[in-house]
Design a binder for this molecule. Structure first.
Ligand SMILES: [Zn+2]
Length: 253
């Protein structure tokens, strides 16, 4: 039975695109099929990374209702157009707190929709509470990632190379009680589109505060949520495809 991932409505199912059509215009080198590195963890199995032929502009998911699709999610896309276009093209721009809040929310929303393309029996790292939180704070003037979320941005040097989309469910051990098998209490998502890459970490575990970013996060990426400092784009340092995949793995070590 249909139930909207965001608002919980059981009515008006729609087809939500993983990446909105307007993004194509900002990527003249776009081809119909992308080879996407997609990581996932089947229930009861080992995590796998597969390279899949994927068309994010035509791929749709069914978990979003029509009012969510055409109202707040559409508003979020529109608010991000003037921000994402220069990012995708690698043009110079300055991003302050409000821009970073909108970009973070867009990156999280896109990761959530993208997660629905994973195989059915896959552990979903992004929890239902975070979908709900985004819906409840859906007004474009105030929308922001939920507490327990960190978002970074980076410049992808191989923008014509393979885009990366990696979802990693995580288990943070915070007491002697082991987590039930096949359950995650945190997640990491890395994805690239055009010249820009996003890294997202989120958790529903709020006991000890947020973990410190591992390894090279702060050297090669710029934290945009929670706001830290203005982003000057493009940065000097460019990410390779290998570095992107490495970032996604860091949280598991
Ligand atoms: Zn909805």
């Amino acid at each position: 039975m249909f139930r909207c991932l965001f608002c919980g409505s059981k009515e008006n199912p729609s087809h939500e695109h993983v990446l909105a059509d307007w993004l194509k215009g900002a990527m003249p080198f776009f081809t119909a099929k992308w080879r996407v590195h997609q990581s996932y963890e089947p229930v009861g199995g080992e995590r796998q990374v597969r390279v899949m032929e994927f068309s994010p502009f035509t791929q749709t998911v069914k978990g979003v209702c029509e009012p969510c699709n055409t109202r707040w999610m559409s508003n979020l896309e529109n608010a991000n157009k003037p921000l994402l276009t220069p990012l995708l093209e690698g043009r110079g721009k300055h991003f302050g707190p409000d821009s970073q809040r909108l970009l973070s929310s867009w990156a999280l929303k896109t990761s959530m929709v993208w997660q629905e393309t994973l195989p059915r029996d896959t552990i979903r790292g992004i929890p239902p509470e975070h979908f709900r939180w985004l819906y409840e704070h859906r007004d474009t003037g105030t929308i922001a990632p939920p507490p327990g979320t960190l978002v970074w941005i980076g410049a992808y040097g191989e923008q014509r190379g393979p885009p990366t989309a990696v979802h990693v469910p995580l288990r943070i051990e915070y007491s002697d009680d082991p987590l039930p098998p096949n359950e995650a209490n945190a997640y990491s998502v890395t994805f690239s589109i055009g010249h820009v890459a996003f890294q997202i970490f989120g958790t529903t575990f709020e006991g000890q505060g947020l973990p410190k970013a591992p390894g090279k996060h702060d050297l090669i990426l710029h934290q945009i949520w929670p706001f830290d400092s203005p982003v000057i784009w493009p940065p000097d340092r460019l990410l390779t495809a290998q570095m992107l995949r490495g970032l996604a793995e860091m949280w598991t070590n």
